[in-house]
Write a protein that binds this ligand. Structure first.
Ligand code: NAD
Ligand code: MG
Length: 341
C-alpha cells in the first residue's frame, strides 16, 4: 500500500534520508511558507525553496512551467526529491511536476490541510486546472506521505469544516469511521488516520478508478453541481455534505437506507444537510458533469453504513431526493446556510 507516515514534522529528515536523494526541493505557497516551512526545513541539507502564490487559480500550467524552469536551473534530476508542503493545491501541483519533470522524480507530500490529509494527498492523482478543474494530470504515487497533525493547529475553522465534508463521506463508507464520528468532539489524529488509511486501501485495490474507487464519489455528483451553481461560494466540503444528504435520500428510496443517520452525522459535525437550489437546476448541472458517463447519471448511494451501490439512477428518483433536501422544501428550518447563493 501507499506509504503513509503519521508523525510530527521532525520525522521528515529520516523519510528523506531513506530515499537518499541527489537534491531536495520544497514546493509550498506563501501562506504555508510563513507558518511551517522553517520547521519543515530543519534537519534537511541545502533545501531548495519554491514558493507559489496562494489560491486555486495558481493550480495552472503557468505555475507548473515556472517550477519546471526553477528545477532545471537548480540542476534537479530524476534522483532528486520534490516535497509538496501545503494544502491540496500544492500537493496536486507537486505531484504533477514530479511526475512530468524528466519523466518522473522522487516525490514526498506533507499535506497541511484536513482536506489534503484525508483526501488530496492520498491516492496518486495529480493535476492542474486547464479550461476546467483538474483537466490535465497524471496518476503518480508519492514515495512518502507524512501526515503531521501539528500543522492543523494554524488552519482556520472554515478550512477544518471544509475537510469535515470528506470525513463525513468516509463515515458513511466505513463502519469503523462511523463509530469514531458518533462520539465526535473535534478532529483528532485517530479520525484522520482512519480516513487516510481507508482511502489508501480503496485506491490500492483500484488505482486507476476502473470500479471500486468510484465509491469515493459518494456525495460528489450532486456536490459538484451545487458548487458550480453557487459559483464556488459554497466550498467543496459543504457541497459534498449536501450531496451526501441527497445520496442518502436516494439510498432510502431504492434500498431502504435510513437517511436519518446521515442527518444526525452531519449535524454532529456541524455540516449542512440542505441545499439552496431547485431540483431541476441541479439535475441540469449534473448532466454536464464529467462523471455522467455516456449520458447516464452514475450515482453512488448508501444501502447501509459501510455499504454503497454504484449504478445508474432514474431521474425521477434523483429529483425526489433533491426536492426533499432543498431548503425551500422546508422542514421548519428558516435559515439558508452561510455562503449559499
Ligand atoms: P488549498 O490547498 O487551497 O488550502 C486551503 C487554504 O488553506 C489555502 O489558503 C492554504 O494556503 C491554507 N493553508 C494550508 N495549510 C495551512 C495551514 N496548516 N495553516 C493555515 N493555512 C493553511 O485547498 P485544499 O482544500 O487543501 O485542497 C483543495 C485542492 O485539492 C483542490 O484543487 C482539489 O482539486 C484538490 N484535490 C485533489 C484530490 C486528489 O485526489 N488529487 C482530492 C481532493 C481535492
Ligand atoms: Mg472531494
Amino acid at each position: 500500500m501507499e506509504s503513509l507516515t503519521f508523525g510530527p514534522l521532525s520525522t521528515l529528515p529520516s523519510l528523506v534520508e531513506e530515499l537518499n536523494p541527489h537534491k531536495v526541493a520544497f514546493l509550498t505557497n506563501m501562506t504555508v511558507e510563513r507558518l511551517w516551512l522553517k520547521k519543515a526545513f530543519s534537519g534537511i541539507e541545502n533545501p531548495i525553496k519554491i514558493v507559489i502564490p496562494d489560491g486555486e487559480e495558481y493550480k495552472s500550467l503557468e505555475t507548473t512551467m515556472a517550477i519546471w524552469k526553477r528545477l532545471q536551473e537548480e540542476g534537479f534530476t530524476r534522483k532528486s526529491l520534490l516535497i509538496g508542503l501545503g494544502g491540496g493545491v500544492v500537493t496536486d501541483i507537486a505531484g504533477f511536476v514530479a511526475s512530468t519533470y524528466m519523466r518522473g522524480t522522487l516525490l514526498g507530500l506533507v499535506p497541511t490541510t484536513l482536506l489534503a490529509q484525508v483526501d488530496a494527498a492520498i491516492g496518486g492523482k495529480t493535476g492542474v486546472n486547464f479550461n476546467g478543474k483538474n483537466m490535465i494530470g497524471t496518476f503518480y504515487l508519492p514515495n512518502f506521505v507524512l501526515i503531521a497533525h501539528e500543522t492543523l493547529s494554524t488552519l482556520p475553522d472554515e478550512e477544518i469544516r471544509n475537510g469535515l465534508g470528506e470525513v463525513a463521506k468516509y463515515a458513511l463508507l466505513d463502519k469503523k469511521i462511523y463509530a469514531l464520528i458518533r462520539n465526535f468532539k473535534g478532529i483528532d489524529e485517530a479520525i484522520i488516520r482512519e480516513c487516510a488509511l481507508f482511502k489508501a486501501e480503496v485506491v490500492e485495490k483500484d488505482p486507476e478508478e476502473r470500479g471500486l474507487r468510484r465509491i469515493l464519489n459518494l456525495g460528489h455528483t450532486t456536490g459538484h453541481a451545487i458548487e458550480k451553481l453557487s459559483n464556488y461560494r459554497i466550498k467543496h466540503g459543504l457541497a459534498v455534505s449536501m450531496g451526501l444528504m441527497v445520496a442518502s435520500k436516494v439510498g432510502e428510496e431504492l434500498y431502504g437506507f435510513d437517511s436519518g443517520k446521515t442527518e444526525e452525522l452531519l449535524e454532529k459535525l456541524g455540516l449542512p444537510t440542505k441545499h439552496p437550489f431547485g431540483a431541476d437546476e441541479i439535475l441540469r448541472e449534473m448532466a454536464l458533469d464529467k462523471k455522467a458517463w455516456y449520458g447516464k447519471i452514475v450515482f453512488v448511494a448508501p444501502v447501509e453504513i459501510g455499504d454503497v451501490v454504484v449504478e445508474e439512477v432514474a431521474e425521477e428518483v434523483l429529483k425526489r431526493a433533491l426536492e426533499a433536501t432543498s431548503y425551500d422544501s422546508g422542514s421548519g428550518d428558516s435559515q439558508k446556510p452561510e455562503g449559499s447563493a
